[in-house]
Design a protein around this ligand. Structure first.
Ligand SMILES: Nc1ncnc2c1ncn2[C@@H]1O[C@H](COP(=O)(O)OP(=O)(O)OP(=O)(O)O)[C@@H](O)[C@H]1O
Length: 360
């Protein structure tokens, strides 16, 4: 018996006979929240449509709770897949009350069971007092909670969330993403979220798929994506960072103009091999006594912290994130040292990297 609720194997799918998603593999454990993350047009919504049963695979298959739902030859209809959906625009029925919206998919239950489930859902989303209101009487955040409750009420095997918070303001987005995670976890439901927003993906999800041009780059925990990116693209796309040129001194040490950087993993490159290694803003520590004095070329205040761009002697740049009470000015020289446990390096590119943020 499979331990996976969702298994996607070698899935290719697209439109008008041409694939936009290529040989995708992922497996989600029961009760986990997965995410599809990647630049615009990389195929996130296409994967979600395939999971929902709106488009058939060109090759490969999708299994839910061990049952094959999609192959080239066989496509179980969306309404029979045991999948619930939450859309960006909530898609509530405007003429039905909140309670009726939540109870909409429960026609197979008895009247009493239906009422009990709706009540439980209303309590779960803390909207008991609004049961008889119409959706238009609710705020955007409340409407999205109702949409989630409606999707959760029939206890589907999988909930698909398509950019569910993108029409909400940043503060509400943040709060609601944490609420939604809590609600899903309380009910032990599995879900796949599509989002552009990395912070949302990090806050909500147990596993994240980074896609590029319809191809899976990495399917991993948020921590591993950030600290152990599988390739340059993931390193650049997830979080912030800049690549700095160096050369291998030993399997776990790189020498560069920032000094000798030691990390927690060994690389197989020979001594002297040129590499580009990733410096994250949180790897850089302010140290007034350091010999490494770098000029500030840009400063971005962000409330509790400030992001500084610092120029190295070669002209390359790195970024540093300091608590905002450390208030420096552009053109000032400040002492820093690196505290990078996670040494992330890739074979150096032919040409020296232009100064600037990490690029693929
Ligand atoms: N209905 C369609 N018919 C033909 N091509 C489509 C259709 N929908 C999407 N595409 C194409 O498929 C590719 C992937 O689109 P998709 O919407 O899956 O990307 P996405 O990662 O969800 O993008 P975004 O983040 O901008 O929503 C794009 O090149 C897009 O133009």
């Amino acid at each position: 018996m499979s331990t996976w609720i969702l298994e996607v194997s070698e899935l290719s799918c697209g439109y008008d006979g041409s694939a936009v998603v290529h040989s995708l593999n992922l497996a989600l454990a029961e009760g986990e929240i997965g995410c599809l993350l990647g630049p615009s047009g990389c195929g996130k919504s296409t994967v979600l449509r395939a999971l929902a049963g709106f488009i058939p695979p060109m090759t490969g298959q999708i299994k839910l709770r061990g049952n094959v739902l999609s192959t080239r030859e066989r496509l179980v209809a969306p309404e029979n897949r045991g999948v619930g959906m939450v859309f960006q625009d909530y898609a509530l029925f405007p003429h039905l009350s909140i309670a009726e919206n939540i109870g909409f998919g429960l026609h197979r239950l008895s009247r009493q069971q239906r009422q009990q489930t709706v009540q439980e859902m209303l309590e779960l989303i803390s909207l008991q007092d609004m049961a008889d209101c119409l959706p238009t009487n609710l705020s955007g955040g409340q409407q999205q909670r109702v949409a989630l409750a409606r999707a959760m009420a029939p206890s589907p095997d999988l909930i698909l969330l398509d950019e569910p918070f993108s029409s909400l303001d940043a503060d509400l987005r943040r709060r609601l993403s944490i609420d939604v995670r809590d609600l899903l976890k309380k009910r032990g439901l599995s879900a796949i979220l599509v989002t552009h927003d990395q912070q949302e993906a990090f806050a909500m999800c147990d596993q994240i798929a980074v896609l590029r041009d319809g191809q899976m780059q990495q399917w991993d925990s948020p921590y591993n994506l950030y600290h152990e990116p599988a390739n340059r693209f993931v390193a650049s796309f997830v979080g912030q960072g800049c690549f700095v040129r160096g050369q291998m001194m030993s399997p776990d040490a790189i020498e560069c103009e920032l000094g000798v950087i030691r990390g927690n993993r060994a690389y197989g490159w020979a001594r002297g091999t040129p590499v580009d290694f990733l410096v994250r803003p949180d790897d850089v520590v302010h140290d007034p006594r350091s010999d490494l004095q770098l000029r500030i070329v840009e400063k971005t205040f962000a409330g509790t912290s400030t992001l500084y761009r610092l120029q190295l002697a070669s002209g390359a740049e790195i970024e540093a994130l300091f608590r905002s009470h450390l208030d420096f000015q552009v053109d000032q020289y400040i002492g820093i040292r690196l505290e990078a446990d996670h040494l992330i390096a890739f074979a150096a590119r032919e040409t020296h990297l232009a100064p600037g943020p990490a690029r693929n």
